[in-house]
Design a binder for this molecule. Sequence first.
Ligand code: SF4
Length: 229
Amino acid sequence: MMKERDQTGSYPDFMKVYQLLSQSLGEPDGLHESSPLAHCRSSLEILVATMLTQATSDRNALTAWHRFQEAYPRLEMVVEAGADALAEVIRPAGMAVQRSRAILAVLTKVKEDFGEYSLDSLADDPERAWQYLTALPGVGPKTAACTLLFGFNHPFFPVDVHIERIMKRMKWASPKMNPAEIQRMMGEMIPAQLMGGLHILLLNLGRTHCRPTRPDCAHCPLAGECPGV
Ligand code: SF4
């Protein structure tokens, strides 16, 4: 697999990147509080919460997630209540009908496969967990990686549109790579203990500084490292 290296042949110094970002943006644990993923009780809840974050803001996803947890203290209640009720509960996240169908399909499949609303039997086998999650309806590589990273603490590095953009501007990834390819590559390059924190920090950098248009390079904590400046 291709790996992006700098001109010396070394990988980027991700510890230095982590330190620059956390000194400027704050510690990842604090930043993570704005995400529904910080407010989950199980790995299956992490999966469902991640499905709520797709193509919406953290604020809307968090509102929807709080409504979800209030309406459904146990996940079997989601299936019992049905698709229309779920769509109403998660309406603040947007695309409520599609999301509702997708979440119900996932919960139903998990119950069929494991006999319970739990992913715990995947906890000790990251490769099997990856294969299982990415085969679920409506679950792509980023959602699967979020579940593995934040639900099981397995070393996967989720790449969303913000992180993809930063990786390419930093020239850690080539312009033609898609998010799934970058995710696989970064999963081999980034030290496992930094993956969760670095994911959160880069996500926030993409929102605050490395925006899609008019990036704020003048105030970016990575400006000294970035060949795009
Ligand atoms: S210096 Fe500019 S292009 Fe580079 S990461 Fe920061 S905001 Fe993005």
